[in-house]
Design a binder for this molecule. Structure first.
Ligand code: DGI
Ligand code: FE
Ligand code: FE
Length: 195
């Protein structure tokens, strides 16, 4: 499916703010792919579609994930909005004809990240957070600079701030979010030890 057809399908499933955000993630992911040497077209598709399941009502997210037999952890059960990545990858494949496993993984893992992300997964995780339509959040100027200069450092910064925010909100935190944070802290340490 080409971009025009994807947009035709995607637009009516999202509210205006979410559509504008998706296009923002698409072109931000393209710029990151340029800088870091990833496939620009893949980055665009993953960025455009990453939130394609976001606007499904919360209860329906859980119902659909169950019906599809997707793995659902405790945190996702308590907070089914977290399932929009997994569901999004399913729709990207079934409704938008995306076959590329790396694009599907980038959509699946864009909210929590995961230890050992591919470059494309990192790009979508970061682009989601820094795209220009995001309201100004703490450290965003610095995080945007890190995104282009040291993407692993940027990931640690994003996850650190996200974990702090989630702790402050006193909501349940997905194990993967913490595991990803710890993994990339260790990666940064390895890098500085080598220098
Ligand atoms: O879909 P977006 O809003 O563009 O961004 P996203 O997919 O990163 O989702 C952001 C939301 O997910 C934000 O409200 C924080 C929340 N989130 C991220 N990790 C966790 C989490 N919420 C819980 N409860 N637990 C997590 O580990
Ligand atoms: Fe999302
Ligand atoms: Fe998003």
């Amino acid at each position: 499916m080409d971009r025009v057809d994807m947009v035709k399908k995607l637009k009516p499933t999202l509210n205006k703010k979410r559509y504008v955000h998706s296009v923002g993630v698409e072109y931000t992911a393209a710029t990151l792919a340029f800088v870091h040497g990833a496939d620009v077209q893949k980055a665009r598709i993953a960025g455009l579609l990453h939130d394609c399941a976001k606007c499904i009502p919360t209860d329906d997210k859980l119902k659909k994930a169950k019906k599809l037999g997707l793995p659902i952890n405790k945190c996702e059960k308590a907070n089914p909005d977290l399932l929009h990545g997994k569901l999004g990858a399913y729709y990207a494949k079934e409704d938008y004809g995306v076959k590329d496993a790396d694009i599907l993984a980038a959509i699946t893992n864009h909210t929590t990240g995961r230890p050992g992300m591919s470059l494309l997964e990192k790009i979508i995780f970061v682009a989601d957070y820094i795209e220009p339509n995001r309201k100004m959040i703490r450290d965003l100027t610095e995080i945007r600079r890190e995104a282009y200069e040291d993407i692993d450092k940027c990931i640690v910064h994003i996850l650190g701030n996200t974990l702090e925010y989630l702790l402050y909100k006193d909501t349940i935190i997905d194990d993967t979010t913490r595991e990803t944070y710890n993994y990339y802290i260790a990666e940064l340490k390895k890098k500085t030890n080598r220098e």
